[in-house]
Design a protein around this ligand. Structure first.
Ligand code: ZN
Length: 341
């Protein structure tokens, strides 16, 4: 099979031929049709410190996918050949306290496909049947291929009650943009999304009914006044990993506001904790997706009119993956989807 491999200890990915994976009794084999390129994959391409510490050379990369089941392990029940599916790329253990209490997404033994284990940038993927998420007919493969990042957006956005609330999202990457769409879908009043990249802000306004603000040119205090927010934003979704953006968010929140953080700062960052204490803010770190509650919710919302399709800005056949990565690394794309046939 063709697959995208971290074949060398240097920047880049390489298209290689590998044998089709063999499955165990509790696995399925998935013929992959579409994959999404993630920011994580760009880190692996760039071969930064994190990637070098984490990803073994020789690994098949990729974790955002949709396809169909073509082989079923002998102990698997409830799945069928030809079943269209996506799946959770976090492979969990079964022994930790978190797993045994059903909080699977908090299992410290988690291993990620395409990061620690063979991934989905391939014509075939082996996946534990437990991780498979069947796709309804209403969800096409290219949307199925971005349910992993949509899940990040949904998990973050649904961390706090958004009904009637004023929401500030910092960072208009694809996940921030999808979170804006989710916030509107579930009934937020004002949704403001900030960035310094005009292309991304334009895309945000195309995908979601939200107010894009370029904080390089516009002050959030003026935006608050224009929207007649008495104090500030009730809920913040931090999606940028940028220290200045987080500081602006803290400044723009109401007393007692709630912040969900998905963005990952590059290292240690200075935070004025006194502001957080005196504003009585709640901050929640968000990791991955709730397995499988987030999947249930996002599929239900997609079936009920949540439309994030326009966040996909680039589509390439898998053989032209380098163009896909170039679009991602350019910093102005939405989601980039590769077609594996
Ligand atoms: Zn991802």
């Amino acid at each position: 099979m063709r697959c995208l491999v971290k074949a060398k200890d240097e920047p880049g990915l390489w298209l290689e031929e590998r044998p089709i994976p063999e499955i165990g009794p509790e696995d399925v084999l998935i013929r992959v049709h579409r994959t999404g390129i993630c920011g994580t994959d760009v880190h692996i391409w760039n071969w930064d410190d994190w990637a070098r510490r984490t990803v073994p050379v020789g690994l098949v990369t990729g974790h955002e996918f949709a396809g169909e089941i073509v082989e079923i392990g002998r102990d698997v029940t409830g799945l069928s050949l030809g079943q269209r599916c996506s799946g959770e790329g976090h492979l969990i253990g079964k022994t930790s306290r978190q797993s045994r209490s059903g909080r699977f997404h908090l299992d410290p033994e988690t291993r990620g496909i395409g990061v620690n284990e063979p991934g989905a940038f391939a014509e075939y993927l082996r996946l534990p049947a437990f991780n498979v998420v069947p796709l309804p007919d209403a969800i096409p493969d290219e949307i199925g291929a971005i349910l992993d990042p949509l899940g990040n957006a949904v998990h973050t956005a649904l961390s706090f009650d958004l009904i009637g609330e004023d929401v500030l999202i910092t960072g208009a990457g694809p996940i921030g943009i999808m979170a804006a769409a989710v916030a509107r879908h579930v009934g937020a009043r004002h949704v403001v999304i900030t960035d310094v990249n005009e292309d991304r802000l334009r895309l945000a306004a195309e995908v979601a009914d939200c107010l894009p603000v370029n904080v390089a040119r516009e002050d959030l205090a003026e935006v608050k006044a224009r929207l007649r927010l008495v104090q500030g934003f009730d809920v913040g979704l931090e999606m940028s990993g940028n220290a200045a953006a987080f500081e602006q968010m803290v400044e723009a929140m109401v007393m007692g506001g709630r912040i969900a953080m998905l963005g990952i700062p590059p290292g240690r960052t200075a935070v004025d904790w006194s502001r957080i204490v005196f504003k009585a803010l709640t901050i929640k770190g968000v990791y991955g997706r709730e397995i499988f509650e987030t999947w249930y919710k996002m599929i239900a919302m997609l079936e009920n009119g949540l439309d994030i399709g326009r966040v996909i800005t680039h589509r390439f056949p898998a053989a032209r993956f380098a163009e896909g990565f170039a679009a991602m690394r350019g910093g102005s794309s939405g989601k980039v989807v590769l077609d594996w046939g």
